[in-house]
Design a protein around this ligand. Structure first.
Ligand SMILES: [Zn+2]
Length: 265
């Protein structure tokens, strides 16, 4: 009987491990030093990329107290919400959707899949990630599990230290960088029931896609978009658990967040 019970528990564990691609014990593994933790967040500073229109501005930090003079070190900062590694909340492009402080924790943690499209963007900075690219990835890696967070590695992080190269603006002020297509976004929402998407560029939509269809599809379905995600090349295509911790701006349309990728050793 005992063996029979053990078999059931083992079966349930295996289905958690491989069926849903979620390793329930990953936090214990982190604490015991048995998991790799990768920080997918760029440090905030005045060189960080931001959406370069209107009232958007660069990150500013100033010291308001220092230890020598004031016996304490302290600073203050100002930033647009959509600067550096950040989350677009569902209310960014759609009304009656949750603001950044209202996104539930359960939506901010989950299995991540990392899709490498660097070969495509080398040839075409206006590349948009398509539904057939998803199916190609799934042929090699299995179907994207329900509740996943999809991260697109376009290789754009190579340009991070040069804002001009990163936004890649032409003489008509049109930017050129890769993004998701609206078909891919709709497929991920409707057929794969993902929690959200992320990318290593300024936007989920491509730089020259001025209609923001991907934002409307994701936000309209109550989903988030992570932008300017760092160090995606460190990660395998699957087996990663993601933790996203956004700043809690009441009613905010998004904001800076720490993003950690956890991977069993
Ligand atoms: Zn944004």
């Amino acid at each position: 009987m005992k063996i029979f019970l053990k078999m059931i528990v083992l079966g349930m564990t295996m289905s958690l491990l491989y069926g849903q691609n979620v390793w329930a014990g990953i936090l214990e593994d982190v604490m015991e030093g048995k998991a790799l933790v990768t920080d997918l967040t760029y440090p905030l500073n005045d060189k960080n990329a931001y959406w370069p229109v209107g009232n958007y501005a660069s990150f500013k930090f100033e010291v308001i107290a220092n230890i020598k003079k004031d016996m304490v070190f302290s600073g203050r900062y100002s930033t647009p919400e959509h600067l550096g590694t950040h989350i677009d909340a569902p209310n960014h492009f759609e009304i009656n959707q949750p603001s950044v402080d209202q996104i539930p924790f359960e939506q901010l943690i989950g299995p991540a899949v990392i899709i490498d499209v660097r070969d495509m963007t080398d040839r075409n900075p206006d590349y948009t990630f398509s539904q057939s690219d998803i199916l190609l990835w799934e042929k090699a890696n299995g179907q994207i599990p329900d509740g996943s967070i999809v991260l697109l590695n376009t290789g754009w992080s190579r340009r991070w230290n040069n804002f001009e190269d990163y936004k890649n603006m032409d003489s008509n002020s049109r930017m050129h960088f890769p993004g998701y297509s609206k078909e891919a976004a709709a497929f991920l929402v409707e057929k794969r029931h993902i929690k959200g998407i992320g990318i290593d560029t300024l936007s989920g939509d491509c730089g020259s896609c001025s209609d923001f269809k991907v934002h409307h599809i994701m936000n309209g379905a109550g989903k988030f978009i992570l932008e300017n995600v760092a160090t995606l090349d460190m990660l395998p295509p699957k087996g990663v658990t993601l933790i996203i911790a956004p700043i809690k701006i009441e009613g905010g349309s998004g904001g800076q967040c720490r993003i950690w990728a956890l991977l069993p050793k």
